[in-house]
Design a protein around this ligand. Structure first.
Ligand code: GLA
Length: 438
């Protein structure tokens, strides 16, 4: 599903502020604990009512908050393999994550996307199709490599690829995933829209959205009830301002966009369209502008570098989406650049945003732990000199005087001064870490 910036804007109009204590990452569990202690000072009926409330609303947040304290990192099968993913690809990818050093750089989740599903038996138990003869043994293999494994389903009767979805079998499927040893679920809206939302509430958009939220809450609860920690990833393309309510259904991340594609236009649209969503992201709950396309299609080296840098500035999940068995050294170097990964994984967990644009130059910043700052300059123009010439305005970044930092793509020390002319190749990026911005 493709979403234009205009339609995204329509969806985001009227964003309500988040309710503190309901959707925040670290705070709620502390409040729950204090609440439980206070509870014993209450009368019995009140005590029962308070504990019931904790059971109802507190636990999904508690479950969600221990996971994904930094944006999830790993690999997903969809962007490169699509329907061709199978047991062999997953085992080989797990081996390659280790062999290429990607695991050591932080890529931990090996996520099987759509097309693994077979049919249900008379008891409703879902079986894999012939591409995945034994999911439990596959999960064991992935775990034996020191990695974690993810899977995919839909709240509808059919997945986007037309395979069996979880509608009416949510608890059973969650238990099945847990019994296999699954660590991560991507839950993709797909046919739930036509099967349920449009059928049950044909002319009532608000009711359709309520049904959708309830479906995501149901799976969130089902995952929690298994007792197995599983990262919960919502995929409904950013509709109904998902960033406002996703954490309350136990989500650790949620797609904010339609599908990515390995083209400059698509990466440009998805990435730069994220400005304004930064307030919704944080430890345990992340905006997800989709799986990486680094190394896919005809993206140039500059475009791959820019894509990876932008996702890092956005505190986006870093799920590689390429074929690791055929990865050029330059692509491996991009995906394993530790300095850039450290920006993405910064423990403060604050998503960056646009500081200003000038012509086709985009200037973004991201606040980092210990008062550090990431500054990214993106040349989105087709020419080497997008504006003639571009002069950096440090004042617009809240900085005063010459700054010294590290250029994260050359590894060298760099100075940035007021009015400094900066020249970048078309679609290239300058990404700088300032440990002591002033
Ligand atoms: C949707 C999702 C994709 C992928 C496919 C699988 O299009 O947005 O990320 O999961 O379904 O069918």
């Amino acid at each position: 599903m493709i979403m234009s910036p205009e339609s995204r804007q329509l969806l985001t109009v009227g964003r309500a502020p988040r309710q503190p204590g309901v959707t925040d990452g670290a705070e709620p569990i502390r409040r729950i604990h204090i609440g439980i202690l206070r509870c014993f000072c209450l009368s019995l009926p009140r005590r029962i009512a308070a504990l019931a409330l904790v059971a109802l609303i507190g636990i999904p947040n508690a479950r969600a908050q221990n996971l994904a304290q930094t944006p999830p990192m790993g690999w997903n099968s969809w962007n490169y393999f699509g329907h061709k993913v199978d047991d062999k690809v997953i085992r080989q990818t797990a081996d390659l994550l280790v062999a290429t050093g990607m695991k050591d750089a932080g890529y931990i989740y090996v996520n099987i996307d759509d097309t693994w599903e077979g049919t249900r038996d008379a008891n409703g138990l879902l079986h894999t199709n012939s591409k995945f003869p034994d999911m439990k043994s596959l999960a064991d293999y992935v775990h034996s490599r020191g990695l974690k494994i993810g899977i995919y389903s839909s709240p509808g009767s059919r997945t986007c690829g037309g395979f069996e979805g979880s509608l009416g079998h949510e608890e059973q499927d969650a238990q099945l995933f847990a019994s296999w040893g699954i660590d991560y679920l991507k839950y993709d809206l797909c046919s739930f829209d036509t099967d349920v939302m449009r059928k049950q509430a044909p002319n009532d958009k608000a009711e359709q959205m309520r049904l959708m939220r309830a479906a995501y809450a149901r799976m969130g609860n089902a995952l929690r009830a298994t007792g197995r920690p599983m990262v919960y990833s919502l995929c409904q393309y950013g509709s109904d301002a998902v960033w406002e309510w996703a954490p309350s259904v136990g989500a650790n991340l949620w797609r904010t966009t339609g599908d990515s594609a390995p083209t400059w236009d698509r990466i440009h649209l998805l990435g730069f369209d994220q400005a304004g969503l930064e307030q919704y992201s944080g430890p345990g709950h992340w905006n997800d502008p989709d799986i990486l396309e680094v190394g896919n299609g005809d993206l140039t080296l500059e475009e791959n570098r820019l894509h990876f840098s932008l996702w890092a500035i956005l505190a986006a999940p870093l799920l590689a989406g390429n074929d690791l068995s055929n990865m050029h050294p330059e692509i491996r170097a991009i995906l394993t650049n530790r300095d850039v990964i450290a920006i993405d994984q910064d423990p403060l967990g604050k998503q960056g945003t646009r500081a200003y644009t000038e012509g086709e130059m985009e200037v973004w910043t991201r606040p980092l732990a210990s008062g550090a700052l990431a500054v990214a300059l993106f040349n989105t123009g087709d020419d080497r000199l997008p504006t003639h010439p571009f002069h950096l305005n440090l004042g617009k970044l809240g900085l005063h005087g010459t700054q010294t930092g590290k250029d994260l793509w050359t590894g060298k020390t760099i100075s940035l001064s007021e009015g400094q002319p900066i020249e970048l190749r078309s679609h290239d990026v300058l990404l700088v870490r300032l440990d002591s911005p002033k």
